[in-house]
Design a protein around this ligand. Structure first.
Ligand code: G6P
Length: 373
């Protein structure tokens, strides 16, 4: 009903506008009196956490992209390998699981059968499972050894939005927790990262408040496009995959996401006159070596006539020069950028779907929670 949508004309609209709150609420009350981080329901000894020598994230869809983002941060902070695997591929290939492997199951609903079966397999092999879940008491958290809840609030629209930013936030908290337990970071460093995380809701809000007009204008210009490419590097790569997924899920536009470095290894063959290409441009120009590489990718597709849409840091002069349309983000550290960068892509997909007259909350052929294998 209209009341449930809180005045918005779709749940998706409402839920995108709850992105800032989803991050904020997931961060709430995580530090105890000693300044240590705590998770939610943990039935894993600190001793076992200390012994963890590998993480495997299992998830499907959007949740798997949140896991991919987390891999970059956790490997950087904790210095242990993180694999990310689609839950339905996982148990059928005899994965290497030991008691020192921490399996992290990410699921908004907590009822995705593929993820549940993968989790059961991991536990049978003696690994500990930690769930990152948005639904209190769902099957996946119930069957896990530990739970870290995302406090995004109920998500109704089939296409996941606020749950994604909350999942990244929660997975980052897990990374910091492991860094704390394993002594991989100083407490000051952990608190610094927490501080950056706390600044993210306001930055997301800035994007919603200042970029929505540009985004809907871009959607109007692009509504007849037959296909889109989404490209990004490092944490921008899973963001590109998620942006592409949103657009195919609800606007039924053929889209593919790629790692921008792959451009010359194949996807550039698809680029010709007027082909829309969305680039996630890393922040920290001059300090992040990947910034220049992504800019040169933009130049390459431009030279072949592509229409370039960029998500980039406010005032980035290289982007000003080469992109046709820019969705700006405020300044933030590279590892924080996915939390803001996905937001314009969510809005863009929603605007495109609405312009095409589709029901953005209930796309054809898709279910909110897939409870069959
Ligand atoms: C379905 C939904 C997706 C979601 C995926 C995983 O395919 O349509 O939006 O990302 O399931 O769902 P989960 O509840 O496990 O996060």
């Amino acid at each position: 009903s209209a009341a449930e949508k809180g005045g918005w004309d779709s749940f998706m609209d409402k839920e995108i506008h709850e992105d800032p709150a989803a991050v904020q609420r997931t961060l709430l009350g995580r530090l105890n009196r000693n300044g240590d981080l705590n998770l939610d329901e943990v039935h894993i000894d600190e001793h076992d956490f200390k012994a963890v020598d590998k993480i495997i994230v299992i998830a499907c869809g959007t949740a798997s992209y949140a896991g991919m983002v987390a891999k970059y941060a956790i490997e950087h902070w904790v210095r242990i390998p993180v694999e990310v695997e689609l839950a339905h591929e996982f148990r059928y290939r005899d994965p290497i699981l030991t008691p020192r492997t921490l399996v992290v199951a990410i699921s908004q609903s907590g009822e995705t059968m593929d993820t549940l079966m993968a989790l059961r397999h991991a536990r049978e092999q003696g690994s500990k499972v930690l769930a990152i879940c948005n639904t209190q008491g769902a099957s996946i958290p119930r069957e896990s050894d530990a739970v870290l809840y995302t406090h995004a609030g109920p998500e109704v629209a089939v296409a996941s939005t606020k749950a994604f930013v909350a999942q990244i936030t929660a997975a980052y908290l897990l990374g910091l927790y492991l860094a704390q337990v394993k002594g991989a970071m100083f407490r000051d460093e952990i608190h610094q990262v927490l501080d950056s995380l706390k600044h993210m809701p306001a930055k997301i809000q800035w994007v919603i408040d200042t970029q929505s007009g540009t985004i809907s204008d871009a959607a109007k210009r692009m509504v007849d496009a037959k296909s889109f490419l989404f490209l990004g590097r490092h944490v921008g790569y899973p963001v590109a995959l998620e942006g592409a997924l949103k657009l195919k899920e609800i606007a039924y536009t053929f889209t593919e996401g790629f790692a921008a470095g792959e451009l010359k290894h194949g996807p550039i063959a698809l680029v010709d006159d007027g082909e829309p290409v969305v680039f996630i441009v890393p922040p920290e120009r001059g300090r992040n070596v990947l910034h220049a590489k992504v800019i040169s990718g933009i130049e390459e597709v431009r030279a072949r006539g592509a229409f370039v849409i960029a998500v980039a840091e406010k005032g980035d002069p290289d982007v000003e020069r080469y992109a046709d349309v820019v969705f700006w983000r405020p300044q933030c550290p590279t590892l924080m950028s996915p939390l803001v960068d996905v937001v314009p892509l969510q809005l863009f997909a929603m605007d495109m779907a609405k312009l095409k007259g589709y029901d953005v909350d209930k796309p054809r052929n898709l279910a909110k929670s897939v409870t069959v294998e």
